[in-house]
Design a protein around this ligand. Structure first.
Ligand code: PHE
Length: 367
């Protein structure tokens, strides 16, 4: 009996709460994954327990692709028995994983996956970011009003749901409300040579080139566009938002504007400022956007577990879904009836090789 009792005590005292972390840690968008991981690790340091139990993070690498995202998710739910999952980053990868979350009834909290389809019709998938209809509208308003754009060429990564969606939401607003002209040119994730698309952009007389894909291809295309003599503006969506954009693009991405979720410079609350300070202390660098949203995703899940007073994934999911005014380091997070966060769009510019805060646009301003 003593042995059984002892085993029981040990099990209770050392019980863990396992949270899965589904990220692109290798492959095309690994920079996003690494930054997110840094944010999550810091969050766990700040809050290592919930319901009196230790939180254990189980990482799963999606290798930046859809098929592996689904496999990795299944490993987390079926083998590791996690009670919730943070991730992924890219909408296409989050969507592949979401099928598994839904069928296993395990809550998934996507970090920066902005395509509406990620959560649409799903009960167990939520996110800590806004969605692309808002982002596309913000970009169109900015291009039309601030840049006085008339002709925009959009570089579309046809392998990414995010890119295709953002392109369409932008176009709807820019053509519909402002009677602007849009030309779409295509490429695929991993492409390195964009001269054909750039020639088309120049021939179109574009005053703006807009990128709706991710940082690697944006940086390369921007470089090549400047080398080919393109003199207009560059704008992009949140897929541009990794310091690696500047590392790869150098001077050629100078001046580029993009919409995103967070910039450390704009931190106002005590919590947000403390996060920036503790991040700098731990890593010796400012937090990139994905670090802040990863931090928030972890904290939001722990907050939900606490409110659920349970390790039951269904109860945790209900608590996630009823999150109201949760104070994150990226701002207040309220999860709506579709699992989406309602948050402002932040506009950032690359200035003197740094991400510089321009302005924030509230969702209500974009009706
Ligand atoms: N919003 C992009 C998507 O949905 C992903 C992303 C956002 C990646 C921000 C990095 C930074 O696919």
């Amino acid at each position: 009996y003593l042995v059984i009792l002892l085993a029981f005590v040990v099990a209770v005292v050392f019980a863990d709460i396992k949270i899965g972390v589904l990220l692109p840690l290798t492959g095309g968008i690994s920079a996003f994954g690494e930054w997110t991981k840094k944010g999550i690790e810091l969050a766990r340091e700040h809050r290592p327990t919930v319901l009196g139990e230790k939180v254990v993070l189980v990482y799963a690498d999606t290798r930046s692709e859809k098929t592996e995202a689904a496999n990795a998710m299944a490993r987390l739910t079926d083998k590791e028995k996690v009670v919730a999952v943070i991730g992924e980053i890219a909408s296409s990868n989050s969507m592949a994983a979401a099928e598994i979350a839904e069928s296993r009834k395990i809550p998934q909290v996507a970090v920066t996956s902005t395509n509406p389809l990620v959560t649409q019709g799903k009960k167990f998938v939520s996110r800590v970011c806004f969605i692309d209809p808002l982002q596309g509208t913000a970009l169109a308003e900015f291009a039309a009003n601030t840049l006085k754009a008339k002709k925009v060429t959009i570089f579309v990564d046809i392998e990414q749901d995010y890119s295709v969606g953002l392109t369409n939401y932008f176009t709807e607003r820019f053509e519909g409300k402002y009677r602007g002209k849009v030309q779409k040119v295509q490429y695929k994730s991993g492409d390195q040579e964009f001269s054909a698309q750039i020639s088309q952009a120049i021939a179109f007389g574009s005053d703006v080139i807009m990128f709706t894909g991710y940082y690697n291809e944006i940086a390369l295309a921007a470089q090549q566009a400047r080398a080919m003599g393109y003199k207009g503006y560059f704008i992009a969506g949140d897929g541009a938002d990794a310091p690696e954009l500047i590392k790869i693009g150098g001077k050629t991405v100078e001046g580029l504007y993009f919409t995103t979720h967070y910039v450390p410079e704009a931190a106002k609350t005590k919590k947000a400022k403390d996060f920036v300070e503790s991040f700098k202390k731990k890593y010796g660098t400012l937090p990139a956007m994905n670090a802040a949203l990863g931090y928030d995703a972890y904290m939001l899940i722990l907050d939900a577990i606490e409110r659920a007073k349970s390790k039951d994934p269904v109860k945790i999911n209900n608590a996630i879904r009823s999150t109201k005014n949760f104070e994150g380091v990226s701002g207040l997070i309220t999860i709506d009836e579709n699992g989406n966060a309602i948050k402002p769009v932040v506009i950032v510019q690359v200035k003197n090789g740094k991400f510089t805060y321009v302005t924030s646009i509230e969702p209500a301003q974009l009706k």
